[in-house]
Design a protein around this ligand. Structure first.
Ligand SMILES: Cc1cc2nc3c(=O)[nH]c(=O)nc-3n(C[C@H](O)[C@H](O)[C@H](O)COP(=O)(O)OP(=O)(O)OC[C@H]3O[C@@H](n4cnc5c(N)ncnc54)[C@H](O)[C@@H]3O)c2cc1C
Length: 415
């Protein structure tokens, strides 16, 4: 059913008995044209495969419930403030898709372009941010370099005179902001279901069947499902699932945590990042500060983190805004990051015919959800990369054409 002011009024006047389930709960069919594993980017992929490429026989297999992966665990920040040519067009395409997403899906995803401000604390860091801002503007993306006073107008609560980390200014992307993460899952899920995509929850892929070098289906906790094409979008489980087809990926799995404080009055109406440590923060509509920082720093498949990183993240926040030290943390959680060796993603075919890979999002893949789905659908349908994702090839780690946005090399813990 379409949501509109009339459907709200009609249901409000009739005891809210007319609402339909947002998606069906179908039994898996014996075979599909395309089976997509993982219901994060996988949902967006299924939606665009059906909508843009006309495929009708598609299943998305999810081992948990919709939103149980990183798509429902992130700190909701979206932006397109990248530096390198391989990344800039892709993330800007994603930003453009976010800007039209609610109308496209007929779903309120709470897209809030409140601005993303990256602070800098030294002259060399100002140079680096100016360079990034210039690269963005050359690509037609909005970017503004602010001085200390410019930052003070946006974020007066910051400790500007901190002797160790004086705030010298910031790079602002006004079109960046936040999007409610669960609403993105529900919106894409509902829209894909409407186009006939079977979304199958509690269905874990336990094997990939390869015959004569070609993927022909997947073994699952609900039986074998045949497929003409198999697409993997399983984030922190990428290495494990790809290994089922005999592939070894340039990916390590790490944990990252997110935190939400108790609700407070309106305090911060932008997304802000600390430039002298790893800390990023925004305020949710319910009033909680939503924030995060570094990876936990060890490989793990557990969706929870440890106390040293809690301390480290809170230290970063308090160096920036000492006043928040009086807040209580309401909850925190962890997610499994598919850390690639150059910090950039992979959207590509694999050496196994009919097996496609979407992975390596590190801890920045939420903002990519629409473009990732769009470009992955293009790859699956046409067997060639979408121009916006042409740099995200799997063989770049062998050829050396890496997209090392932070210039730290093959050190996932530093990206
Ligand atoms: C704490 C935290 C903060 C973050 N903050 C941000 C942010 O502010 N901005 C940003 O852009 N990004 C952020 N990210 C990163 C972002 O959330 C991820 O990069 C992105 O959501 C990855 O999408 P995905 O579809 O690849 O993974 P997921 O959403 O995790 O989807 C993969 C799905 O695959 C399923 N799966 C795995 N194995 C199997 C199997 N064998 N069979 C069936 N299903 C399987 C999983 O259950 C999961 O639901 C953050 C992540 C975390 C955890």
């Amino acid at each position: 059913m379409r949501y509109s002011v009339f459907s709200i009024l009609a249901n409000g006047l009739s005891g809210n008995r007319g609402w339909k389930p947002v998606w069906r709960e179908p039994e898996p069919k014996p075979e599909y044209d395309a089976v997509i594993v993982g219901a994060g980017h996988g949902l967006a992929t299924a939606y665009y495969l059906a909508k843009e490429h006309g495929l009708r026989s598609i299943a998305v297999l999810e081992k948990g419930y919709l939103g149980s992966g990183n798509i429902g665990r992130n700190t909701t920040i979206v932006r397109s403030n990248y530096l390198l040519p391989g990344n800039v067009p892709f993330y800007e395409w994603s930003m453009k898709l976010w800007e039209g997403l609610e109308r496209e899906l007929n779903y309120n995803a709470m897209v809030s372009q409140r601005g993303v401000l990256n602070l800098f604390h030294s002259d060399p860091q100002r140079d680096a941010y100016a360079r990034r801002g210039n690269a963005m503007r050359l690509h037609g993306i909005d970017a503004e370099l602010l001085d200390t006073e410019g930052v003070r107008r946006l974020a007066p609560m910051v400790d500007f005179d901190n002797a160790r980390f004086p705030v010298k200014g910031g790079l602002l992307q006004k079109r960046g902001g936040t999007v409610r993460h669960d609403a993105v899952v529900w919106g894409y899920g509902r829209a894909a279901d409407t186009l006939g995509v079977d979304i199958i929850q509690n269905c874990e892929v336990t094997g990939i069947k390869v015959e004569g070098g070609r993927a022909v289906g997947v073994e699952t906790s609900r039986g074998f499902i045949g497929a003409k094409k198999v697409a993997l979008a399983v984030a922190g489980n990428s290495s494990r699932v790809a290994a089922m087809a005999g592939l070894r990926l340039p990916i390590e799995t790490h944990v990252i945590q997110a935190f939400v404080s108790e609700g407070i009055k309106p305090f911060l109406d932008i997304v802000m990042t600390f430039g002298a440590g790893h800390f990023y923060v925004s305020q949710s509509d319910k009033g909680g500060l939503v924030f995060g920082g570094d990876l936990d720093g060890y490989n793990s498949y557990a969706q929870r983190g440890n106390l040293p990183v809690v301390e480290d993240v809170c230290e970063g926040g308090m160096a920036l805004m000492p006043g928040i030290g009086r807040l209580r943390i309401l909850r925190n959680w962890g997610g499994l990051m598919d850390m690639s060796m150059d910090g950039s993603p992979i959207i590509d075919k694999t050496p196994v015919e009919g097996l496609y890979l979407n992975a390596g999002w590190c801890y920045g893949g939420f903002k990519a959800t629409p473009a990732s789905g769009w470009c992955f659908a293009h790859l699956i349908a046409k067997d060639e990369p979408h121009p916006a994702a042409a740099a995200y090839r799997l063989d770049r780690f062998g050829s050396g054409r890496v997209i090392d946005e932070k210039g730290v090399g093959a050190h996932p813990n530093l990206h």
